[in-house]
Design a protein around this ligand. Structure first.
Ligand code: CA
Length: 439
C-alpha cells in the first residue's frame, strides 16, 4: 500500500539524497561498522547512513517506533526482521519525520540529528543478516528454457516447471557480503570426449544475476503460510550473485541437483529494500502463455496476480583486470527486469512453507537467474554466450566466454515509475581471484 512516506514531493535535508539510489522514499536497511567498532543496523540516505540505535539514544523517535529502533542495536538485521511489518512501518514513518527537509526534529535539535548520521564513505558494510537457511529458486521460465535446451535439446522445459516452483537448498555458510573476493573454485569435471573426470580449477566460472528475498517474521514448523498473507513474512529484497562453476555443475547435477558448483561463494548486496519502499513499483504477476496451467489453488490469489510482481530493472556489468588498469568504464553485459519471473515472491515463499517447512527471520530465498526473452536480458554468461559458443566482445578488444581471474562482476538494480521517485538497491560486487591449492 502506498502511503505518505512514498510522496514524490518529499525531500530530505541529507546531502546526496536528491538523486541516486537512496532518496528519502527508499530507506533500505543494512549493517555497518566504522573501523573496528561494533556492527550495528544502518539505514541509507543519500551519501550517509543513519545509525538507528544512536538516533534512538538521542531521543529522536516517537514511542511507536522505539521497538523497531531498539532492535537495530544489533550486529545483524534478524531481530528487526522478526518483528514483522507493523513495527517496521512505524520506524519508517519516524525516519521520514527525522530526515525530511522540513523536519521539526532538525529545527529543534540539529546537533542530535547530525550525530546520528555517518558518512557512507567511512563505513564498512557487512552481511545484512545472519542467514540460517538459504534456498535458491529457478523462477525465470526463460532461464529454465535456455539452460534446458543446452543440456536437453529435445526436452528443454521439464513437465513440472509450470506447476511447481523449482528450487534447491543452498548453503548459508558461503554467503559473502558484496565486495568479498571470489576465489576460483576447484572441482571435479569431465569433458564429453574424456574417459574419466579430472579435478582442478573450474574453467567455466559464471555469475547469476538474482534477486534475494529476506524472510521477516517466520512461521512455526508444521504451520503453512497462506498466499494472501505471504508478503507479511517478507522483510525486503536485495541483489544476489549466485557464482556458478558450469563444468562442475554439468558433471555433478544429476540426479540430485546443484551441489559444489554453487556453494563456494554467493555474494549478497549490503542494502535490503523493504517491501513497503517497493509499494509504488508493484506490477502484475507474469502473464502466462495461453495453454499454460493456472497456478494450483494454494498458489493462486487474485491480488497476487494483479500486483504480486515487482518492477525492478537489473543490470550486470563487467570490469576485466585490463579495463580496471586502464580506468575503463564497466561494460554492461545484460539488462533485464524482475517482472520477467514466472513465479511471484509470494508464490515462492508460500510454496516453500506449504509442507509446513518453518521459515525463520533472516532466511534468504534467491529468485534464480533473472533472464528475459531478449538475448540482452539473459542473466548469466552460460546463456549470454550460449555455453561459450558466442563469446562476448568487450570494447577494449578482449573477449569472454566465461569469467577470468581479475574479472569483477557488478550487479545493479533500481525501480522507476511515473509519479514516483526512483529508488535503487546499490550494488553487489565481486572480483574473481586465482584458484587456491588445498592445505
Ligand atoms: Ca541460481
Amino acid at each position: 500500500m502506498r502511503n505518505d512516506t512514498h510522496h514524490a514531493s518529499l525531500r530530505s535535508w541529507v546531502p546526496g539524497s536528491d538523486a541516486g539510489d537512496f532518496p528519502i522514499q527508499n530507506l533500505p536497511f543494512g549493517v555497518f561498522r566504522v573501523g573496528d567498532g561494533t556492527p550495528r543496523v544502518a539505514v541509507a540516505i543519500g551519501d550517509s547512513i543513519v545509525d538507528v540505535a544512536a538516533a534512538l539514544d538521542a531521543g529522536l523517535f516517537p514511542n511507536d517506533a522505539r521497538e523497531a529502533a531498539a532492535a537495530c542495536d544489533e550486529p545483524e538485521l534478524n531481530s528487526l526482521m522478526a518483528l514483522g511489518p507493523a513495527p517496521l512501518s512505524a520506524l519508517r514513518r519516524a525516519l521520514v519525520e527525522l530526515l525530511r527537509d522540513d523536519s521539526e526534529l532538525l529545527a529543534k535539535n540539529r546537533e542530535a540529528c547530525m550525530s546520528a548520521l555517518v558518512p557512507m564513505s567511512s563505513a564498512t558494510m557487512l552481511m545484512p543478516a545472519e542467514v540460517g537457511d538459504y534456498t535458491d529458486f529457478y523462477a525465470s521460465v526463460h532461464h529454465a528454457t535456455n539452460v534446458g535446451s543446452m543440456f536437453r535439446p529435445d526436452n528443454p522445459l521439464l513437465p513440472n516447471y509450470k506447476w511447481v516452483p523449482i528450487g534447491y537448498h543452498g548453503r548459508a555458510s558461503s554467503l559473502v557480503p558484496s565486495g568479498s573476493p571470489v576465489p576460483r573454485p576447484m572441482g571435479q569435471s569431465k569433458d564429453d570426449a574424456a574417459a574419466a573426470p579430472t579435478f582442478g580449477p573450474t574453467v567455466r566460472l559464471d555469475y547469476e544475476l538474482e534477486v534475494g528475498i529476506f524472510v521477516g517474521a517466520g512461521n512455526a514448523l508444521g504451520q503453512a503460510i497462506g498466499i494472501e498473507r505471504a508478503e507479511e513474512h517478507v522483510f525486503g529484497l536485495c541483489l544476489v550473485n549466485d557464482w556458478s562453476a558450469r563444468d562442475v555443475q554439468a558433471w555433478e547435477y544429476q540426479p540430485l541437483g546443484p551441489f559444489l558448483a554453487k556453494n563456494f561463494a554467493t555474494s549478497v548486496s549490503p542494502w535490503v529494500v523493504t517491501m513497503e519502499a517497493l509499494a509504488p513499483f508493484r506490477a502484475p504477476a507474469f502473464a502466462r502463455a495461453e495453454g499454460d496451467p493456472a497456478p494450483l489453488p494454494y498458489l493462486a490469489s487474485e491480488r497476487d496476480q494483479r500486483s504480486g510482481g515487482v518492477d525492478i530493472s537489473l543490470e550486470v556489468l563487467l570490469v576485466t583486470q585490463q579495463m580496471r588498469g586502464r580506468g575503463d568504464e564497466p561494460f554492461r553485459v545484460s539488462k533485464g527486469s524482475f517482472t520477467s519471473m514466472y513465479w511471484t515472491v509470494a508464490q515462492l515463499l508460500t510454496h516453500h512453507a506449504s509442507n509446513g517447512c518453518n521459515m525463520r527471520p533472516g532466511d534468504l530465498l534467491a529468485s534464480g537467474t533473472v533472464s528475459g526473452e531478449a538475448k540482452e536480458s539473459r542473466g548469466c554468461l552460460l546463456e549470454r554466450t550460449w555455453r561459450g559458443s558466442e563469446p562476448l566482445s568487450l570494447p577494449n578488444g578482449e573477449s569472454r566466454r566465461f569469467l577470468e581471474d581479475g574479472d569483477e562482476v557488478i550487479i545493479r538494480g533500481w525501480c522507476e515509475r511515473e509519479g514516483a521517485v526512483r529508488i535503487g538497491f546499490g550494488e553487489c560486487r565481486g572480483i574473481v581471484t586465482p584458484a587456491r591449492a588445498g592445505q
